[in-house]
Write a protein of this length. Structure first.
Length: 218
């Protein structure tokens, strides 16, 4: 997944600088901050805005976001919000279903693809991973869960779509059927649109020409 597009080439389009992380942003992808990437985080500091359980990204003080294509949103359909609950400084939602809508963009065409990394911090004494579905045509690439103390867990999952998707709808739901015993304290979603190989080659040649020209000027 790291590939040519997710490394040094994209850095020529943006200033390569460290990106901030939040309390439970434990596995940021290597492509964060690259061209055509997005980042959005919800830590549920409040019970919601506009209506109960509705959030724009980022939520709360210190939230991280970078989406040139629009505002991402989160909706919690039912459950109860608890202030100050969870391993981080925010709150937590004990709920059956969360839905996230992430605007996308960038290169299009049959040879393009899109990467998505989901991080979710959840509470469950048994450490059962949440169920996740990403619309449309996204295929799971792998997942892992690590304990972070007091029955809280950090879940990381990667997805890929071919060709590049215009947007993502991510649904996360409680696998237990008991909304009072399963909570979420933070969700972070990163995405990256990867150009077709021909476009990458052209970009690489452009970088090489600029580099040679600069050395000649020196």
């Amino acid at each position: 997944m790291k590939g040519l597009a997710t490394g040094s080439l994209a850095c020529v389009l943006l200033v390569c600088a460290p990106w901030p992380t939040s309390a439970e942003d434990l596995a940021p992808p290597s492509y964060r901050g690259d061209a055509f990437s997005t980042t959005q985080e919800w830590d549920f500091v409040t019970s919601g805005t506009l209506e109960t359980g509705f959030y724009l990204a980022p939520d709360g003080v210190g939230g991280i976001t970078n989406n040139p294509f629009g505002d991402a949103t989160a909706t919690i359909y039912e459950g109860s919000w608890h202030s100050g609950d969870g391993p981080g400084p925010g709150g937590a939602w004990y709920t059956d279903l969360l839905e996230f809508v992430v605007p996308g963009g960038g290169p299009s065409g049959p040879a393009t693809y899109r990467l998505l990394r989901l991080q979710a911090t959840f509470y469950d004494p048994q450490g059962r991973e949440p169920n996740v579905l990403v619309f449309d045509d996204f295929v799971e690439q792998g997942a892992s869960t690590e304990p972070i103390g007091d029955d809280w867990w950090h879940f990381t999952q990667d997805w890929r779509s071919e060709p590049n998707a215009d947007s993502e709808i991510v649904r996360i739901w409680n696998p237990t059927g008991d909304p009072l015993g399963y909570g979420f304290s933070e969700v972070v979603i990163d995405t990256l649109a990867v150009p077709e190989p021909a476009a990458l080659l052209l970009l690489a040649l452009s970088v090489l020409v600029v580099s040679v020209a600069r050395r000649g000027a020196w």
